[in-house]
Write a protein that binds this ligand. Structure first.
Ligand SMILES: [Zn+2]
Length: 329
């Protein structure tokens, strides 16, 4: 193990050893981050397995991995790295290994169990309800421009339970169709009801809002909050905030799938959008930025207006940003 460590540290410019001394992180030659100091691929020095937590590339052939960095390095490492893991054991072993040894991936394994708000019912089935509260939620939704298709797609709902009465509930389903988040929006904004939103109380880092609806192979629209999703095209999800960072599952899925991103943050977060675009383009992701400057928040737009700025979206280009900065000097 020490020989392997020494070999890697001698031959690879940037490395990072885990506290327990078993995992050495290096720059990943598969996802090829433009910044060579991004060390997202870990090599298990004892078991001779590797895994990149960003692009999910994994394997037991470390010399092959190293040959991707340089051919001679691959050759030189052949005798040193022989995985003890048999090929057919590989999946089981690597899973056990990932859960135990890779702290970065540990975060992703933790599941947060949440329950759908008590009394939740689908709004699409309530168009002829005689209950005035339900009728008002329905009217509120229609006033925001929602049609039946969107109502079903987003599985919009309501509950007559006192906690959620007169709220529009937007649930989020994970890729298996299990609820992983929800937001409840009070429809009476002007009354002093204490809060405008009530959100599921779970950490957001690993949540991909409505992953069930996402097709990673076509451009994906990103907005800030669930209410914005009422206005977008169908292949869309929200950040549950206004930032997107490398440690978020949403970020990792986009990179893994090389999904083209249409970024539609509200005007006041425009500079954040540029930062997100910069980060994604570091990973060779194409980002189109929707120009929300001088217009209302995405959630308040009409769907037609949203479509018009979607059509006019401009592809983000790092050089443009640089040029603008130079011009301003
Ligand atoms: Zn990678």
């Amino acid at each position: 193990m020490e020989k392997r460590l020494e070999f890697l540290q001698d031959n690879i410019r940037n490395t990072l050893l885990s506290k327990d001394g078993y995992n050495l992180s290096i720059w990943c030659p598969f996802c090829k981050h433009s910044n060579k100091r991004k060390l997202k691929l870990a090599i298990h020095l004892e078991k001779c397995l590797y895994h990149c937590w960003l692009c999910d590339k994994k394997g037991s052939n470390v010399p092959y991995l190293l040959s991707k960095i340089s051919k001679s390095l691959g050759e030189a490492s052949k005798s040193l790295f022989k995985s003890k893991v048999k090929n057919n054991d590989f999946n089981i072993n690597i899973n056990a290994l990932l859960n135990n040894d890779f702290t970065l991936i540990d975060d992703n394994v933790v599941e947060n169990k949440i329950e759908i708000p008590e009394g939740f019912r689908l709004l699409a089935n309530a168009f002829n309800s005689k209950n005035p509260d339900i009728r008002d939620v329905f009217k509120y939704t229609v006033k925001r421009g929602i049609n039946k298709h969107k109502m079903w797609l987003l599985k919009l709902g309501y509950s007559t339970n006192s906690e959620y009465n007169r709220c529009l509930i937007i649930p989020s389903l994970d890729k298996f169709g299990k609820i992983n988040y929800y937001t409840a929006r009070k429809i009476d904004v002007d009354t002093n009801c204490g809060y405008k939103y009530k959100n599921a109380n779970v950490p957001k880092k690993n949540i991909i809002f409505n992953e069930l609806n996402i097709d990673w192979n076509i451009p994906l629209t990103l907005v800030e909050g669930p209410l914005d999703l009422l206005k977008t095209n169908d292949n869309a999800t929200c950040l549950l905030g206004s930032s997107l960072t490398e440690d978020m599952r949403l970020f990792q899925e986009i990179v893994k799938n090389k999904t083209v991103v249409n970024l539609a943050l509200d005007e006041d977060a425009y500079y954040k959008a540029t930062n997100i675009a910069k980060l994604l383009s570091d990973y060779d992701i194409t980002v189109n930025i929707l120009d929300t400057r001088g217009s209302e928040d995405v959630g308040d737009m009409t769907r037609e207006y949203f479509n018009s700025i979607l059509e006019k979206a401009k592809q983000f280009n790092k050089e443009d940003v640089l040029l603008n900065k130079i011009k301003q000097l």
